[in-house]
Design a binder for this molecule. Structure first.
Ligand SMILES: [Zn+2]
Length: 313
């Protein structure tokens, strides 16, 4: 079995919600494996940074449940850097089997199917650039970047909010696509259609003729048209599809500035949490999501461009 590795570069206080009534959902938890580069790069911020990782893990655990009676432990390898020449705040990605199909990531398979990967790999990985002026512990000044908020953004990628469609308009891995990609629609010149064609068994068979244009059509941006997102918006969600393809940013973010899974984040404190739209994405990615009280509005200040790339194996 082949393996794909993906890496994305980028960046309301909740109560503990009860488990869904009548479901058999178990709990998820996160184990973050911090390597030496993380410890070294974090320096005096190590304790605060690790505390925020734990906070984000607990938050996700309060909302996202397993689809079976047991619990699941999601392992994430975490590294760090101190790179003053980089516009990248942080990155995250996941591992996926390289089969033909709209493949769920290791995180999705573990949480939804109780299926642990056989590669002795973590489900996902993330890296933090500690050269930025982070604000920890939910306390962020106007000259700092909200660390918890960026971690939640990255963990959303680790949960499966990511595409493997590249500038060609097709997968970088033949007919192996991400689960996310089955809901991507593109403008064919006159209407929106599935960007990726599939057969009666939902196995990808190629992409539309106009795919390379569709992924850079910011007049008719790609849409994520999963059933829960459509029910929430009464439309598909616009994806980030700038006119010049940005590997690691294009398609793997949505096109709503100031919201969690936009590709940029500004300085200053942000309202922490998954919005209703974010929760609809999680449901379309197959997750059992239990309600949380209230919703969050997110604000944005000056922007930092977060760029990216994908590492292949
Ligand atoms: Zn991102």
């Amino acid at each position: 079995m082949s393996l794909r590795i993906r890496l994305l570069f980028c960046f309301c206080i909740m109560g503990l919600a009860p488990k869904g009534q009548g479901t058999q959902a178990g709990d998820i938890s996160f184990t973050f494996n911090y390597d030496a580069s993380f410890t070294t790069s974090a320096g005096s911020h190590l304790t605060a940074a690790q505390s925020d990782f734990a906070f984000v893990g607990t938050y996700i655990s309060s909302l996202v449940k397993t689809d079976f009676t047991g619990n699941a432990v999601v392992e994430i390898d975490v590294s760090g850097s101190n790179d003053s020449s980089s516009g990248v705040l942080a990155s995250a990605g996941g591992y996926t089997n390289g089969n033909d199909g709209f493949e769920k990531s290791f995180t999705q398979l573990l949480v939804q199917n109780n299926e642990k990967n056989t590669f002795s790999l973590p489900e996902a990985f993330s890296s933090i650039n500690f050269d930025w002026n982070w604000g920890y512990g939910g306390s962020t000044t106007s000259t700092e970047i909200d660390f918890r908020y960026v971690l939640l953004h990255e963990m959303f990628h680790a949960l499966g909010f990511e595409s493997v469609i590249d500038a060609s308009g097709a997968s970088s891995y033949g007919n192996s696509y991400n689960d996310f990609d089955q809901y991507v629609k593109g403008w064919d010149g006159s209407k929106y259609v599935n960007l990726v064609d599939r057969d009666s068994s939902n196995i990808p068979t190629g992409v539309i003729a106009n795919a390379a244009n569709a992924v850079v059509d910011n007049a008719h941006p790609l849409l994520f048209d999963g059933p829960n997102v459509r029910a929430y918006l009464n439309a598909g969600a616009e994806l980030y599809t700038p006119s010049i393809f940005e590997a690691g940013a294009s398609i793997s973010h949505y096109n709503y500035p100031g919201q969690l899974e936009y590709f940029q984040i500004g300085y200053g404190s942000k309202s922490f949490g998954f919005s209703g739209l974010d929760q609809a994405f999680l449901k379309d990615l197959g997750y059992t999501v239990v309600p949380e009280p209230g919703t969050c509005m997110l604000s944005v200040a000056s922007l930092i461009i977060l760029v990216g790339a994908r590492r292949k194996s």
